[in-house]
Design a protein around this ligand. Structure first.
Ligand SMILES: *Cc1c(COP(=O)(O)O)cnc(C)c1O
Length: 360
């Protein structure tokens, strides 16, 4: 069996240990005589899976007791509407920082429901940096302030959070979920699709401070009402059962490794290998300003479209797949999420060194 190193931005690699455990438990989960795929979501055995996943997530992320953890469907993109429909309920205003396509889509969706203010944008330089914020431009009575923490397509991340005072801060953390410790108490809500760093596609995790709940509009669809899901422990309807099970296995893997502090060190080591190479290469260079570089998504280019295409093709043949950059950016992007082993990045760097030698 030859497994490739998959640098896809999502869905992406899962830890091999997790895949092996899932395979071993496929036909008979813990003596139940069934696969987790076949179980009732109301069964006792399933209850221990979903409750166990929540408990592990709370432990790993150090989630305060006054936050709800919701396991939902619809992807991060569905939350772009659910967030205004649940929280844009007093002044009906919200502030946004546009750091890429996902922030922009969230802004455009929310703008259907209220008055959305763009406090800053990095569109002028293809989102290659996180804009400096001027607090005096923030909307004082905004219902919330919205950011996309790690910008998957462009490879930027907030190293410092905006100081929004009493205005609730909401962040899309899809592509940096569980990559390092974060202080959940600084946010009114963090959320993300699981398919980048946590599980297969199909699961969206929302972590919401309790005082934010209970203010949805009358017209908010039941399935988009966070209060409904919170009241029903994410079992208002059938949840993405199998994906939550894989999520639990990934959380166990993270805990066994030593938690998010250890994960962060490993991620920093991988990112440094790649960025150091890019900074010293005469052929390849990173596209993001140094101070805003993401640990998870590393976009890079050569000066020639032809060379980019040749590199992507030869890399794939050598077992380094999905290195093509997003269609709106071009070039290359290596997504090096939690499940990418250090060895995968070491081998990629070696491959890039050799490619540079042969082609210059
Ligand atoms: C992938 C991604 C999304 C979109 O997620 P879906 O689950 O496909 O809706 C949104 N935000 C960020 C930061 C992402 O990386």
């Amino acid at each position: 069996m030859a497994r490739v190193y998959n640098f896809s931005a999502g869905p992406s690699m899962l830890p091999e240990e997790v895949l092996k455990k899932a395979a071993a438990e496929m036909l008979d989960y813990e003596g139940s005589g069934q696969s987790v795929m076949e179980m009732s979501h109301r069964s006792k055995v399933y209850d221990s899976i979903i409750k166990g996943a929540e408990q592990l997530l709370r432990e790993l992320m150090n989630i305060p007791d006054n936050y709800k953890v919701l396991f939902l469907q619809g992807g991060a993109s569905t939350q772009f509407a659910a967030i205004p429909l649940n929280f844009m309920n007093k002044s009906k205003k919200a502030d946004f920082v546009i750091t890429g396509q996902w922030a922009k889509k969230a802004y455009q969706e929310a703008n259907k429901y209220g008055e959305c203010n763009v406090v800053a944008s990095s569109a002028d330089k293809t989102f290659s940096y996180i804009p400096k914020l001027d607090k005096s431009t923030f909307t004082k009575d905004a219902d919330y302030f919205y950011i996309c923490m790690n910008n998957t397509i462009y490879g930027t991340v907030y190293h410092e959070l905006p100081d929004t005072g009493d205005v609730p801060l909401i962040a899309d953390i899809s592509s940096c979920f569980l990559s390092e410790p974060i202080d959940v108490s600084k946010f009114a809500m963090v959320y993300g699709g699981a398919q980048k760093n946590v599980a297969p596609a199909g699961l969206t995790i929302c972590i919401i401070r309790e005082d934010m709940l209970g203010n949805a509009r009358d017209t908010t669809p039941t399935m988009l009402n966070y209060q409904v899901h919170a009241d029903n422990d994410s079992l208002y309807n059938t949840p993405p059962c199998y994906t939550i099970y894989i999520c639990k296995l990934v959380l166990e893997w993270l805990k066994d490794m030593g938690g998010l502090g250890v994960m962060k060190e490993r991620n920093e080591k991988k990112a440094k290998l790649l960025y150091d190479f890019l900074d010293n290469s005469k052929m390849f260079r990173g596209t993001v300003v140094k101070e805003d570089r993401s640990l998870m998504n590393v976009p890079f280019v050569t000066d020639s479209e032809e060379l980019n295409a040749k590199f992507i093709k030869e890399a794939a043949e050598a077992g380094f797949v999905n290195l093509k950059g997003h269609r709106t950016v071009g070039g290359m992007r290596a997504s090096i999420y939690n499940a990418m082993p250090v060895e995968g990045v070491e081998k990629l760097v070696k491959f890039m060194e050799e490619f540079e030698k042969t082609n210059s």
